[in-house]
Design a protein. Structure first.
Length: 230
């Protein structure tokens, strides 16, 4: 079974766990999956093996602690050290796939905004390809950084005691809010400070939407053929 099929099967079989064992196991699942550079196939096979082991133990009245111990993070860390890394070509293909998808979504979003703006005012359809490329690289780099930080936060807090204090939850919310504002600020600042340069074309709202839809269709076809997202 490929990774995608294993994920679907895992989702179904987890329903057989009681609430306590399911919560324990799902923390392990989230923690292992948050290590994005590990082999996805090997990770999902490991998670399925752990689930089958826990289900069998549950039939005999055992809890997740009886099977995996009282320190699931340490247990997972030991397993993770034994898992192989994802192949570099798969990582590069996935990043490239995400970049193309992001380009399509940006084209769709900016096209929709421009079409709406044209209802109220005249809009300059001029696009400078040099500026577009630089802004896209900045946006994509920021998004990758955000994803890395989110995964780091997941690994840090997934096994934390759920009875955290109100003040700590407020601090977490403020950190997320500040990070969100910083990301939006970077996007806005980049748009303002990057000069207009490069080849100039005219691309109105409808053109951008059509380009976005075409690129999305292309990525869907490539993913279906090469199973980039497994």
């Amino acid at each position: 079974m490929n990774a995608k099929d294993l994920v679907k099967l895992n989702n179904e079989k987890r329903k057989q766990l009681n609430e306590h064992n399911r919560n324990y196991y799902e923390d392990m699942l989230v923690y292992i999956r948050s290590h994005l550079l590990l082999s996805e196939q090997q990770s999902e096979e490991l998670l399925m093996e752990l689930l089958d082991h826990l289900l069998e133990a549950q039939k005999h009245g055992k809890s997740a602690e009886d099977v995996f111990g009282k320190d699931p993070k340490a247990y997972c860390d030991e397993l993770i050290r034994q898992l192989p890394k994802e192949k570099k070509r798969n990582i590069y293909a996935f990043i490239g796939y995400l970049a193309i998808r992001l380009f399509a979504l940006i084209a769709l979003a900016t096209g929709a905004v421009e079409l709406a703006a044209e209802l109220f005012t005249d809009v300059d359809d001029t696009v400078y390809l040099g500026k577009v490329f630089v802004l896209f690289v900045i946006d994509f780099a920021v998004i990758l950084l955000v994803v890395a930080l989110v995964m780091h936060s997941v690994r840090k807090f997934v096994f934390r005691d759920v009875s955290s204090t109100f003040s700590s939850k407020v601090k977490e919310f403020l950190v997320v809010l500040i990070a969100f504002c910083l990301v939006i600020g970077i996007f806005v600042l980049a748009e303002r400070i990057v000069p207009e340069f490069g080849y100039r074309i005219e691309a109105g709202g409808m053109v951008r939407i059509l380009v976005g839809l075409l690129v999305l269709a292309m990525t869907w076809s490539l993913n279906k053929k090469f199973r980039i997202t497994k």
